[in-house]
Design a protein around this ligand. Structure first.
Ligand code: NAD
Length: 301
């Protein structure tokens, strides 16, 4: 059995794979390069850079694809199912990292930290421009109450925030010990001071926030998307930020990454990080180890 690791994953995960099978680490391959070599591998392990397309799977003998992380939107699941290839992910390992990053963005937005830092580094001492708002007593809307959404809710409760959440698939027991109100999406949009998104990118969540949804929100609302690009319609977001309807937005993820051509980056009330939600040393070790164990389990049948 041979395993190809085509994105950078933590060495701890590679070591586990190596104990059982031959492992090749070859990163930054193009689709064509992958198509050319994939035939000799039984398993493929990726993070988020490799797009595992139908073309790559077509002539492969892959038995399993492992995704070191939670979102599997970089893998064509339909094609994998057709070919009988098992797809495994590591859903738990980056919950803490992503929820902490979300809270960091929430605070950065509320206190204008990135702009204030930039201003001071330009040798400007401007205390008036960067008057912030407090989180204590404000309402945080949480859209998607899975692992990360629930963790964010718990942390925000610790900061004195009230939580309104929307998730049509949530089971009551999963949230009964958390002091949150589960409501419909419209109520979250209308009543929240801050809204954070923690849904997967699917057909039903693609552009779930656009012009109509922005019009329902409070004037001066602040948004955070640390889930997936594409959930918020970026063109509509640009207009909402420009007009001030949305006072501030923090994005860790974009429809097209890297978003270097995006006009959003030119807006002072948009703060952004380059998809860092899962980028902690602890999370990367955790997801690499989890996915390595699952890939081995799958190869052993
Ligand atoms: P999860 O599967 O535990 O939770 C997702 C939740 O979304 C589920 O409870 C589901 O019921 C809910 N949901 C699905 N469709 C919905 C809809 N239309 N409306 C409302 N709720 C809906 O996943 P998770 O581990 O909490 O991850 C959440 C998101 O964060 C995923 O998109 C994942 O890819 C992303 N993520 C990003 C980073 C990053 O680096 N920025 C890191 C980790 C995870």
């Amino acid at each position: 059995m041979k395993i190809l690791v085509s994105d950078d994953i933590a060495q701890e995960g590679i070591d586990i794979l190596n104990q059982e099978y031959q492992v090749d680490v070859k990163t930054k391959l193009s689709e064509d390069e992958l198509v050319e070599i994939i035939g000799s591998y039984d398993a493929l392990v990726v993070r988020s850079a490799t797009k595992v397309t139908a073309k790559i799977m077509e002539n492969s003998n892959l038995k399993v694809i492992g995704r070191a992380g939670v979102g599997v939107d970089n893998i064509d699941l339909e094609a994998a199912t057709k070919k009988g290839i098992l797809v495994v992910n590591a859903p738990e390992g980056n919950t803490t990292a992503a929820s902490e990053h979300t809270i960091a963005l929430l605070m950065a937005l509320a206190r204008n930290i990135p702009e204030a830092v930039r201003s001071l580094k330009n040798k400007v001492w401007d205390r008036k421009r960067f008057m912030g708002i407090e989180l204590n007593g404000k309402t945080l809307g949480v859209v998607g109450l899975g692992r990360i959404g629930r963790e964010v809710a718990k942390k925000a409760i610790g900061l004195g925030m009230n939580i309104l959440a929307y998730d049509p698939y949530i089971i009551k027991q999963q949230v009964e010990n958390i002091d949150i109100k589960v409501v419909d999406l419209d109520s979250v949009l209308k009543e929240a001071d801050f809204i954070t998104f923690h849904v997967p990118l699917t057909k039903s969540t693609y552009h779930m926030v656009g012009e109509k949804e922005f019009s329902m929100m409070k004037d001066g609302v602040m948004l955070i998307n640390c889930a997936r690009g594409g959930i918020i319609d970026e063109e509509a977001l640009y207009e909402a930020l420009k007009s001030g309807k949305v006072a501030g937005c923090a994005l860790d993820v974009f429809e097209k990454e890297p978003p270097l051509e995006s006009p959003l980056l030119d807006l002072p009330n948009l703060i952004a990080t380059p998809h860092l939600g899962a980028s902690t040393q602890e999370a990367q070790v955790s997801v690499a180890v989890d996915v390595a164990k699952d890939v081995i389990r799958a190869l052993k049948g």
